[in-house]
Design a binder for this molecule. Structure first.
Ligand code: SAM
Length: 455
C-alpha cells in the first residue's frame, strides 16, 4: 500500500468487503450452538478478499494465515468471552482477528522477528508520541545538514554475520547505518514499546525493500548482478513512506478498537509453553514440515535481523529450533497409521528424508499433547494446514495431524477443504529454493481446516 493509498484508506469509510468486524459479533442466543453450522456452508476460498486489511499487511511474513479463515472460525466456534491461543502465531493473524472480535488471546512463536510483527499488528499506540517522533525523525534525516551527515557516515559492520555487500549496495549500506543510528537515538527518548515496535517494523520494510533480495520470494534469493547494478533505492524516502503507512494503519486500529483485549505475545517454544490459564480454543497454522525443506522462517528474517541487534537473537538458530528442526531428537513419536504408510514410501526413495519427516511429526505429536493439556474440557483445537510432497510422495499433513490429535484425546468434529489462490506475501507460496534440490513443495491448490473438540 502506498502512503496515498494508506491515507485514503484511513479517511474513507471501509468498503463493504473490507468491513471491520464489530466486537462480539455473536449474539447471546448463539452462545449454545453447533460450531459446525457456521462453517459448513461457508465458501472457504475467500478468493476476492483482502489479506491486508486492518494491520494484517504491515509487513510480509511467509505462510501467513488468510485472515478470513481465522475470522470464520472465531465467528463460529468460541462463545463470547472465550480465550484463544495461537501456539505458532507467526506474524499475528489469529491474534489480530481475536482482538478485533473481543476475544482475549495469547500467541507464542520462537522467531523474535515474528513476535515483533505480531506485537506491532496488535498493540495500541500513543498517537501524540508518534507525532512527536515523526517530527524528530524528519528533522534528523531530511534537510541539507542531515544530507551532509548521511553522506559522511561510515557504518560499523563488525557485528554483521552475512556478507553485507552481497545484499545491499554501498550507498544503501551507508544510508541504512545512518538511519538506524538516528532511529536508535529517537527510540532512546521514549519509553513506549509499541512506538519502538512500529519504528522497527517500518525500518525492517526498508531493509528488505532496499536489498538485493527478490521481493517475490521468501527464501533468501538474490536478484541477478545486472539488476543489482541498476538497483539504487532512496533509503530515506522509502523509510518515511513506510513510517507514514505503518503509523496510519496503527492509529486507525488503536482508535477503532480502543477497548479490545490486547493479546499477550511470548517469544517462546510452544512445545514447552504453558498458558497461565486453560484456553477455550487453540487456533493455529503450524509449519507443514521442517523449516529447512519447507519454509525457512529464520532465513526469511535474516536480512532484517542483521540490522536489528535489539532483537538480541541469532537468526540461524530459529530454523533449527522450529518443530522438526532436529531429526536426531524428536520430542515424541507419532502413532498415525497414515504416517507409517507414507514413511514406507519415502523410505524406499530416500531414508534420510523419511527420518526428517518422522522427526517433524514426532515434535508435532508432542505439541498436540501440550495443546490438549492447555484446552478447557469443552474446548476446541482448530488446525489450518496444507499437504505437501516429499520425493514425490504426498504427505497428507491434515490427516496425520488429525490422527495424532485423536491419539492424544481430541475428537474429530469436521474437516473443511479450501482451494488456495497463491499470492505473493499472502500465505503459503511454493518454497522451492535456488537449486530446487532438497526442497519439497506443498501439494499446491488446497489446504484443510481441521476442527477437533476435547469434550
Ligand atoms: C505457518 S507459520 C504461522 C504463520 C501465522 N499463522 C501468520 O499468519 O503469520 C508457522 C510459525 O511457527 C513458528 N514455529 C515453528 N516451530 C515453533 C515452535 N516449536 N514454537 C513456537 N513457534 C514455532 C515459526 O517460527 C512460524 O512463525
Amino acid at each position: 500500500m502506498t502512503p496515498s493509498q494508506a491515507r485514503s484508506y484511513l479517511s474513507s469509510p471501509a468498503p463493504e468487503k473490507f468491513k471491520r468486524p464489530s466486537m462480539f459479533p455473536i449474539t447471546q442466543a448463539e452462545m449454545v450452538r453447533d460450531p459446525v453450522a457456521g462453517m459448513v456452508h461457508a465458501d472457504w476460498s475467500f478468493k476476492d478478499d483482502s489479506t491486508t486489511e486492518l494491520t494484517h499487511g504491515i509487513h510480509p511474513y511467509p505462510a501467513r494465515m488468510v485472515p478470513r479463515i481465522a475470522r470464520k472460525v472465531l465467528e463460529s466456534v468460541p462463545s463470547p468471552g472465550s480465550s484463544v491461543w495461537d501456539p505458532f502465531c507467526g506474524s499475528g493473524t489469529v491474534l489480530l482477528e481475536a482482538m478485533t472480535h473481543g476475544f482475549p488471546s495469547q500467541g507464542t512463536d520462537l522467531n523474535p522477528f515474528a513476535c515483533l510483527l505480531a506485537r506491532a499488528k496488535t498493540q495500541r499506540t500513543k498517537s501524540a508520541e508518534l507525532r512527536r517522533w515523526t517530527e524528530l525523525i524528519v528533522a534528523r534525516v531530511r534537510g541539507s545538514s542531515a544530507d551532509a551527515a548521511r553522506r559522511a557516515y561510515r557504518p560499523n559492520l563488525d557485528d554483521f554475520t552475512l556478507d553485507v555487500e552481497r545484499w545491499w549496495g554501498p550507498a544503501v549500506i551507508r544510508d541504512l547505518g545512518f538511519l538506524r543510528r538516528q532511529l536508535d537515538e529517537v527510540e532512546s527518548l521514549g519509553s513506549s514499546r509499541s512506538s519502538k515496535d512500529l519504528l522497527d517494523v517500518a525500518f525492517a520494510r526498508t531493509v528488505r525493500r532496499t536489498s538485493f533480495q527478490r521481493q517475490n520470494q521468501f527464501k533468501r534469493y538474490r536478484i541477478s548482478d545486472d539488476r543489482a547494478k541498476g538497483h539504487k533505492p532512496d533509503v530515506i524516502s522509502d523509510f518515511l513512506r513506510n513510517w507514514t503507512m505503518v503509523v496510519g494503519l496503527s492509529n486507525e486500529l488503536s482508535s477503532g478498537y480502543r477497548s479490545a483485549p490486547a493479546p499477550q505475545i511470548s517469544c517462546a517454544d510452544c512445545s514447552t509453553f504453558t498458558p497461565d490459564q486453560q484456553v477455550d480454543l487453540v487456533l493455529t497454522s503450524p509449519p507443514y514440515g521442517d523449516s529447512t525443506t519447507t519454509v525457512a522462517y529464520g532465513q526469511f528474517s535474516s536480512l532484517m535481523m542483521e540490522w536489528m541487534p535489539s532483537l538480541n537473537s541469532d537468526w540461524r538458530a530459529i530454523d533449527k529450533t522450529c518443530v522438526g528442526g532436529n531429526p536426531e531428537r524428536p520430542r515424541s513419536r507419532s502413532k498415525s497409521e497414515t504416517l507409517a504408510t507414507v514413511l514406507q514410501s519415502i523410505q524406499a526413495r530416500d531414508p534420510n528424508r523419511a527420518k526428517v519427516v518422522e522427526g517433524f511429526f514426532g515434535d508435532m505429536q508432542w505439541c498436540l499433547q501440550r495443546f490438549y493439556d492447555a484446552v478447557t474440557p469443552n474446548g476446541h483445537l482448530c488446525i489450518v494446514i496444507g499437504d505437501r510432497t516429499v520425493r514425490e510422495v504426498t504427505v497428507p499433513n491434515s490427516q496425520i495431524l488429525r490422527e495424532d490429535a485423536e491419539n492424544v484425546g481430541f475428537h474429530h468434529v469436521e474437516t473443511f477443504s479450501r482451494r488456495i489462490f497463491f499470492k505473493v506475501g499472502a500465505y503459503r507460496v511454493n518454497p522451492v529454493g535456488r537449486s530446487g534440490r532438497d526442497v519439497d513443495s506443498p501439494a499446491i491448490g488446497k489446504e484443510e481446516v481441521v476442527l477437533l473438540s476435547k469434550g
